[in-house]
Design a protein around this ligand. Structure first.
Ligand SMILES: Cc1ncc(COP(=O)(O)O)c(C=O)c1O
Length: 427
């Protein structure tokens, strides 16, 4: 797919050289190959050399890259006023009210910050303030953010490259409730055993559908039992909806809703600002009232520009019926992938909700031997066909699909056809 864009004057080589000098080496490049991207438009990214890529992994630009309505709202507000939450302005209260309306009734007090990490950090502080306890429970393979506390609460990091293993005695890790790999394992009992050994618990921090752990929908009943166990032990339940919230799962605005539970604290990020740095923490008045002793203030969190952008994102989700799009296209995607699974032995499992999908590559259906090399190759081959995908999961063998919610049936059909071609050539 070539676009008529003129090559940029700054060559990729020159940028990479500068990057090499000035950008910390702890940061990796996406898709295994440097892409010099100069423009985004809805579900597409355009490179300096005129390539047009279908973006199937950016779950931040939820309502489309450079969505005109969102851009216009931000620009208009920027030209009018930008200040902070110590002032009174319509945008702040309108936005918090609007977000509250998407949540179950008791959760109606919000805090606005600038990133998912900040939001999770705040959520844990609130849980500790409310319970007076310190210990936290997290799920194996989870990533919750890059701050010091959250690296300690992210097995994905402390067990991953550069990590030093379980960091602190206050961190408790429960297994990934993976029904594909787990067979008959009773994940709820395993969680109960761990929780029952903890003296006092501040909370459970859990994604309502697991992302870095391998695009895994939680088994039926798991979240309900987990919340009950944690609450019985005196802790609060924090739903990390940073990746899976804002209607991505199709049927529900928040992924926890599928499980008929009401968290004590809900954390929002990534898609909330369509790329503008924003995040939020919501909780009940009762819990918030125990977090009033020390003032909470974030210089940029909840500023009028962010609120205008956040409101425009919510409008776009509603006006374009994007949850319905996610539900409809997600089903077509999963059905199509299941058809490919019948044809290509490399695909071991297909799973997902709405436009949050994963398919796992294995070299043996009996032993479930992961196929990370093939997964990497598949992503690389799809890149040469101008479709952006990536891998994740503890074995790096799960292909993730989590595109902007504005993709079309044509995009889905094209992707399935290209995957079929690539998998046929990989036999
Ligand atoms: C589930 C989850 N929580 C929290 C975060 C942290 O968000 P941020 O990168 O905005 O700090 C991430 C980021 O990838 C995430 O995937």
């Amino acid at each position: 797919m070539k676009d008529g864009v003129q090559p940029s004057s700054s060559s990729l080589d020159r940028l990479l050289k500068k990057r090499d000098t000035h950008v910390g080496k702890a940061l990796s490049i996406a898709h295994g190959k440097p892409l010099h991207i100069i423009r985004g438009e809805m579900q597409y990214l355009y490179s300096a050399t005129g390539e047009k890529y279908l973006d199937l992994v950016n779950n931040v630009c939820h309502v489309g890259h450079s969505n005109p309505k969102v851009v216009e709202s931000g620009q208009r507000q920027m030209a009018l006023l930008n200040t902070n939450t110590r002032y009174v302005y319509d945008g702040l209260t309108d936005y918090l009210e609007r977000l509250s309306e998407t949540l179950p009734a008791p959760i109606n007090v919000g805090y606005l910050v600038n990133s998912g990490s900040e939001a999770n950090e705040l959520a844990v502080r609130i849980a500790r303030a409310y319970t007076g306890a310190h210990d936290m429970v997290v799920v194996e393979g989870a990533y919750h953010g890059h701050t010091g506390m959250l690296i300690d609460l992210s097995p994905y990091k402390f067990r991953g490259p550069g990590g030093k293993g379980i960091p602190e005695p206050w961190v408790h890790v429960v297994p990934i409730p993976d029904t594909y790999r787990g067979g008959d394992r009773d994940y709820t009992s395993e969680l109960a055993d761990i929780v029952n050994r903890i003296d006092s618990i501040a909370g459970l921090l859990i994604e309502s559908m697991l992302s870095c752990a391998g695009q895994i929908p939680l088994p039926q009943g798991y979240l309900e039992s987990a919340f009950e166990l944690i609450r019985d032990a005196g802790g609060l339940c924090i739903a990390d909806e940073v990746q899976v919230g804002f209607g991505r799962v199709g049927k529900h605005m928040w992924a926890f809703e599928e499980h008929r539970v009401i968290p004590d604290i809900v954390v929002m990020g990534k898609p909330i600002g369509n790329g503008h740095p924003m995040a939020a923490v919501f909780t009940t008045e009762k819990i918030a009232s125990k977090f009033e002793e020390m003032e909470f203030f974030s210089t940029f969190g909840g500023n009028p520009v962010s609120c205008a952008i956040g409101l425009a994102v919510l409008d776009e989700i509603e006006d374009k019926d994007l949850m319905h799009n996610a539900e409809l296209l997600g089903k077509i995607f999963v059905d199509g992938l299941n058809d490919l699974k019948k044809k290509h032995a490399l695909i071991g499992d297909v799973r997902g909700r709405g436009l949050f999908i994963g398919f796992e590559l294995v070299s043996d259906h009996k032993t479930l031997e992961p196929a990370p090399v093939e997964a990497k190759k598949l992503v690389a081959e799809m890149l040469t066909r101008n479709v952006l995908l990536s891998t994740d999961g503890p074995h790096n063998n799960v292909i993730k699909i989590k595109p902007p919610m504005v993709i079309t049936i044509e995009d889905v059909n094209l992707t399935l056809k290209l995957l079929d071609d690539v998998l046929s050539n990989m036999k």
